[in-house]
Structure formats: structure tokens, C-alpha cells
Ligand binder design. Structure first.
Ligand code: C2O
Ligand code: CU
Ligand code: CU
Length: 460
């Protein structure tokens, strides 16, 4: 393909979505993603020392198509190591971006080409899995959209990347974590953003149908979200279409969106010009705040949510519960505060957390683990028990699972890759171990992951 065709192709596709993303058609050559320092005005003044894929903008939305191969060369210009992970994509293990487990870290001025053939359509994201705390806190968390072959009939699309930054009065970075935070719920940011803006406002045609893809890419915060001002339906969870009728979140019963999780909403824009569809978040000690305002423009085009075609289910095998073997995991504090682990890519210098009462139970750099060995093609139930007072979004790479039961609540059976465990909660999840390799298994509160709550599961 000639360069001119490539440019035309990509701007046309980005235009169709009304977004300034990077569009990656199947025939595109390798696309280069340059990890680099950036600066941006998140608040009053420009914040320097950020990390992105361009010098002055948030990490772009990456677009791919279900079943088509994307080739992405990640080039590292930072003086630190990095490695890129594609959260939620059920891809080949060598492409999963986990240092020492699936690849060597990418050094300064080195690059690594990832070949991704996502079997599933949906909303995913990318972030480094090396120097994770530092590079994610400084901004390197982006959204990835894998389009289905057939569009369900939306008029437009809106990607929302929710995350905090921790800044001082001069809008310079504060340290990304504190030992106090890491040993508890995590260290929270003090500037909440959607697409790096304190209030994100976007125009969409009055009366139109908008697909809103909401991604929590924060290192710590569990968002309490609810829509207001427009008819809204949940159509996908963690990338996968929602078949059952999930209750619409409200101010009293908000949607909990934990770090790593995604929700796709179908929003029917208000009919009157200037009216807005809102996505509100509740933060501790504050009133509800509009993180996102979708503003209706022009004369209503009077669409109806019932005109949307249902999303096709992704090809995820259903576990056979009669044959499934049970594996149990307990997440909590370390018994006697274990030694810090310095071999892992970017240690915080503490060991506060554990799986099965062992900190760093599966650490490829130290040659320990795996936590479990699963036979390819067989069904499993993983019992996840939280014995700590803090919440843990437990993430499994490379495989999709479905929650079965909780001791505390009724869980809809939505396919997922990140399961939020509440205080004292035990959740059984089921999966088919259909993707061979060593798959990272960790808490997505990065301070928990980076102080011991991380391991891996082997599928052979
Ligand atoms: Cu989104 Cu192992 O991470
Ligand atoms: Cu992941
Ligand atoms: Cu945790």
C-alpha cells in the first residue's frame, strides 16, 4: 500500500467514528508506537514528565478489526524499560507484553513488534506491564477498539478513558504512590479526568444513537458511575456483548467500574439542541460530578434504541461445569510482610500483598510459580477469596471467564477478564483453558500488584 492511500484510509476511518484515533486497517503496514515523554494541560498549567505516544496528546485510541492481524512496533525512547500489554485481548502468549514471563523488557532505543489477531470484538485497552506504576501514573494508558464485522447501527461513537492524576498545586506530579496507600486501598489521584480533561464535552446529533465505550484505566480508583439525561442501555461488559438484561445504573445503585474494566453503553441523545446526556461519577466526600457531557446538536434525527442490531457473541467457549476442576486462590496481606522483590520490572520496594498467603507467588524473573497448571481445552472453576478489608479487581490475562456465584451478591453471568472482589467476598468464576501459555494473574490496583499480589497461571 502506498503512503498516500494509507493516509487517506486512516483519516477516512477515523472520521467515520468522529474521533482522532489511529485507524489500523488489516492491510496497513506495521504501525509504530513511540513511547516518549509528553506534556499536557490537565488543569491550570502544563504538566510535564508525562508519558504518552506523542509529545502533547493522550495515548490515541487504537482501532483494529475482529480476526484481523494488527502489527504494532513499540519503540521505547525512555531511559527506563517498558513492555506493552493489550488488556483483555485473547491473543498469542508471546504477544502479551509481560516482562520475563512472555518477553524481555524493551530497553531504551529498542523496539518490539507485537502481532495481535484479536478473536473478539469489543472495547479493550493497552498499558505498559513494566515500570507499570510509574508509566501508567504518568499517562500511558490508552483505549483499543476492536470493531465487529457488522456495525450494529450507531450514528457515532464516543470513547471515554477515565483516570486520575496525582498533581501538586503547580500541576507537577506528586509521587504516584505512598507506602500507606499501597498497604491499604491504594493511593488515589486528586485530578479526575475523562480523556485527560476535567470535564469532557462532546457534540453528537440530537436524537442519534451513540455507542459510548467507557474504560477505567486508573491505577487505583473504582468508579461509581451512572448515566443521566438520556435513555441508556448497557450493551457490553469487558468487551463482550451483554445478552441478559442488566439493570440500568442509577445514583442510588451506581455501576462499579474497577481498574481494568470496560462498559459499552448505547445512548439515545436527547431531542433538543443543547440538552445533554451525562455520565456522572461519585467521589468520596463530593457530590456527583459530570465526567462526560454529550451535547445534542441540530434537529433531532429521532432514532430509537430498538433500531440497534444485537451485537454478535464473541467466540468464547462455554465451560462444562459438570467436568470442571476447582482451584482456590486467597488474596490478602502478606503473613509477615515478606521481603521486597527487586527483580521484577519496576519494584515499589515493599511486599504488602499475597496470593495464597505468599507474596510474589509466581514471579518468572525469580523462577517461581505457576500458581496453577491448567490443561488446554478443559473447564475450570477458580474460587477467588478476598480475606482482606480492601477491594481487589483480579485480572487474568489471555482467557475470558464468567462469574458463577458470590457469597455477597447476585452476579450477572457476564464474560469478563477482571473480577472485582469486595471486602470478604468469595467469587467462583469458570473458564475453558483454551489459550496455551503463561498468563499473568494479578490485582489491577497497581500498588497491590507491585507489592506482591501478582502471579501467573500456566495453560499447557
Ligand atoms: Cu491490564 Cu496484567 O494487566
Ligand atoms: Cu491484561
Ligand atoms: Cu488489590
Amino acid at each position: 500500500m502506498k503512503r498516500r492511500e494509507f493516509l487517506l484510509g486512516s483519516s477516512a476511518a477515523a472520521g467515520a467514528f468522529g474521533l482522532g484515533g489511529l485507524s489500523l486497517a488489516a492491510s496497513d503496514p506495521v504501525q509504530e508506537l513511540v513511547v516518549q515523554p509528553a506534556s499536557y494541560r490537565l488543569r491550570g498549567q502544563r504538566t510535564t514528565g508525562m508519558v504518552s505516544l506523542s509529545p502533547d496528546a493522550p495515548p490515541p485510541v487504537l482501532y483494529g478489526r475482529q480476526g484481523e492481524t494488527l502489527r504494532l512496533t513499540v519503540r521505547n525512547t525512555l531511559p527506563d524499560y517498558t513492555a506493552m500489554h493489550w488488556h483483555g485481548l485473547r491473543i498469542r502468549n508471546e504477544m502479551d507484553g509481560v516482562p520475563y514471563l512472555t518477553q524481555m523488557p524493551i530497553g531504551e532505543n529498542e523496539s518490539f513488534t507485537y502481532e495481535l489477531t484479536p478473536p473478539d470484538a469489543g472495547t479493550y485497552w493497552y498499558h505498559p506491564h513494566c515500570m507499570t506504576m510509574d508509566q501508567m501514573a504518568r499517562g500511558l494508558t490508552g483505549v483499543m477498539v476492536i470493531a465487529e464485522p457488522e456495525d450494529p447501527g450507531f450514528d457515532s461513537e464516543q470513547v471515554i478513558n477515565l483516570r486520575d492524576f496525582r498533581l501538586d498545586e503547580d500541576d507537577a506530579f506528586l509521587s504516584a504512590y505512598t507506602a500507606r496507600g499501597a498497604a491499604r486501598a491504594g493511593t488515589f489521584g486528586n485530578v479526575q479526568t475523562a480523556n485527560w480533561r476535567s470535564e469532557a464535552v462532546y457534540d453528537h446529533a440530537a436524537g442519534s444513537l451513540v455507542r459510548v465505550r467507557v474504560v477505567n484505566t486508573d491505577t487505583t480508583r473504582i468508579y461509581n458511575l451512572h448515566p443521566e439525561g438520556a435513555q441508556t442501555r448497557i450493551i457490553a461488559w469487558d468487551g463482550h456483548p451483554v445478552e441478559t438484561d442488566v439493570t440500568r445504573p442509577t445514583a442510588a445503585q451506581p455501576l462499579l467500574l474497577a481498574p481494568g474494566q470496560r462498559v459499552d453503553l448505547a445512548v439515545r441523545m436527547p431531542d433538543d439542541e443543547g440538552q445533554s446526556a451525562l455520565l456522572l461519577a461519585k467521589f468520596p466526600g463530593q457530590k456527583h460530578r459530570a465526567m462526560v457531557r454529550l451535547r445534542a446538536t441540530g434537529h433531532s434525527i429521532a432514532r430509537d434504541l430498538r433500531e440497534l442490531r444485537p451485537l454478535q457473541a464473541n467466540p468464547v467457549p462455554r465451560p462444562d461445569l459438570d467436568q470442571a476442576e476447582l482451584h482456590e486462590f486467597v488474596f490478602g496481606w502478606t503473613p509477615e510482610g515478606g521481603a521486597p522483590n527487586d527483580g521484577f520490572c519496576g519494584s515499589l520496594g515493599y511486599s504488602f500483598w499475597s496470593i495464597n498467603r505468599t507474596p510474589w507467588p509466581g514471579d518468572a524473573a525469580q523462577g517461581t510459580g505457576p500458581l496453577a497448571v491448567l490443561q488446554r481445552g478443559k473447564s475450570y472453576v477458580l474460587r477467588l477469596r478476598n480475606e482482606s478489608p480492601n477491594l481487589h479487581p483480579i485480572h487474568l490475562h489471555g482467557l475470558a471467564f464468567v462469574p458463577l456465584t458470590s457469597n455477597l451478591r447476585k452476579l450477572p453471568p457476564l464474560l469478563s477478564d477482571t473480577m472485582l472482589l469486595l471486602k470478604d467476598e468469595t467469587v467462583d468464576i469458570a473458564l475453558v483453558a483454551d489459550n496455551p501459555g503463561d498468563w499473568a494473574f494479578h490485582c489491577h490496583v497497581i500498588e497491590h500488584q507491585k507489592t506482591g499480589l501478582t502471579g501467573f497461571i500456566r495453560v499447557i
